[in-house]
Design a protein around this ligand. Sequence first.
Ligand code: ADE
Length: 232
Amino acid sequence: MRFDIITIFPTLFDSFLNESLIKKSVDKKINRFLIHDLRKWAKGKHHQVDDRPFGGGAGMVLMAEPIIKALKHISIKALKHKNKITNNKQQITNNKTLTILLSPAGKQFNQKMAEKFSKYDQIIFICGRYEGIDARVEKFVDEKISIGPYVLNGGEVAAMVMIEAVARLQPGFVGNCESLKEESFNNDKKEYPQYTRPEVLAVNNKKMKVPPVLMSGDHKKIKEWREKNSKK
Ligand code: ADE
């Protein structure tokens, strides 16, 4: 799957994309990440990407023009006007690009959305700044998404959260398929408590023991214990 990220802070993504399983998925050609510095599409020698809001008010607003130009560059399909796309069923089925604007005012992200989004060939993320983004950009996006009911400085961290949730659902991402299967089997259940060595942990003169059933080797009893201890 291809991920395109439009941001004014491209280096924020460096270590996120160059560590652990995300990096391995790039090496295995399961995922591709392209970071686009919005200033590349800005006018003037200062590469200005924001300006004061019409009508007054505090803060600066990200300008629509550089973002629309960036989208045009990244995907011609993404430029299709939202209304045109909904009026043309043929285009919906062929449209494998999803354009997402990260915003605290968007629909709240969840695992079901992650699964739906993981079926696309390409996702373009537009990272807004908390002060705002020219509303005309919304005509060029498919979804406006928030990662939770709180306000961040911008969409970058939110994009990373969504990328991790979607990228790990790509076939071959998780070495051990069992863990993903178990996860979807668990569905809305929270996971059961897990333990690893040592069997007895001494902290502040107290001994913290692993539940004996997990040391019993009795797989049926272990399964029952895990089901009982999974919280909804
Ligand atoms: N930008 C600022 N806050 C955000 C949030 N909660 N989700 C997505 N983008 C954001």
